[in-house]
Design a protein around this ligand. Structure first.
Ligand SMILES: Nc1ncnc2c1ncn2[C@@H]1O[C@H](COP(=O)(O)OP(=O)(O)OP(=O)(O)O)[C@@H](O)[C@H]1O
Ligand SMILES: [Mg+2]
Length: 207
């Protein structure tokens, strides 16, 4: 899909600013409690329990921190993968195995990612679940991210054909809003896990 002009640029921009500020103002204690609650949510999530390969992310900008959950997954002998910016195809992600000894670098957004090692990269189709960070979500599973379109591209085939790994959004409860203005390329999420609860959404396939 070629890049197109957004229909709601101002509304999305201000919503992004508002909710980014909201999650960044959580205290360290609140962040820690949320991260521990996420482990509880993982322990009760049938998809996580059944999964072998799970993509996560390292928290940035006040995002819900999956690191305690990653440690728990390692203890369960699950394989954990992190997104790596694609070296040649702008806007796309690779998913690379992450272990306690993975060499890490900072990408051009300043976010730590595994140093690229193609022998540790898997095709998206081999992942069971892709946990996505997000900025804001609403009561129908619409998702607003940081504005790069990375996860929209990653999840496009799931959106169109329900093919590939299950997307699972991770967020603080305070990131829920009444309505996220959607663009035609946005991929709504079927499930979002917050410290308080698991949200299930049923969306229709695109025409
Ligand atoms: N499947 C796609 N193919 C091509 N371009 C896309 C696709 N999905 C999104 N884009 C482009 O990415 C840009 C950013 O999209 P958007 O504002 O929805 O990002 P986001 O969902 O907030 O970010 P992210 O997915 O990285 O969390 C837009 O210019 C859009 O055209
Ligand atoms: Mg989007």
């Amino acid at each position: 899909m070629p890049d197109r002009q957004p229909e709601h640029p101002d509304a999305r921009h201000s919503l992004r600013q508002l909710i980014r500020q909201r999650r960044k103002s959580l205290s360290q204690d609140e962040q820690q409690a949320a991260a521990e609650q996420l482990v509880v949510g993982f322990k009760e999530h049938p998809g996580i329990l059944a999964a072998r390969r799970i993509a996560l992310y390292l928290a940035n900008d006040g995002e819900l921190n999956p690191l305690p959950a990653i440690h728990w997954l390692w203890g369960q002998q699950k394989e954990v993968y992190l997104p790596v910016l694609h070296p040649f195809t702008p806007g796309h992600l690779l998913f690379q195995r992450y272990t306690a000894t993975s060499p890490m670098i900072r990408n051009r957004f300043g976010i730590p990612e595994p140093e690229l090692d193609m022998s540790q990269v898997v095709p998206h189709s081999m992942l069971d679940i892709i946990c996505t960070p997000l900025v804001a979500f609403d009561a129908t599973g619409n998702r607003l991210g940081m504005g790069g379109g990375y996860y929209d591209r990653t999840l496009a085939s799931w959106h169109e054909h329900r093919l590939g790994p299950l997307p699972l959004g991770l967020a603080h409860d305070c990131q829920q809003v009444d309505s996220v203005p959607q663009e035609q390329w946005d991929v709504p999420l079927p499930q979002i896990l917050t410290p308080a609860r698991l949200w299930h959404f049923s969306q229709s396939h695109p025409a």
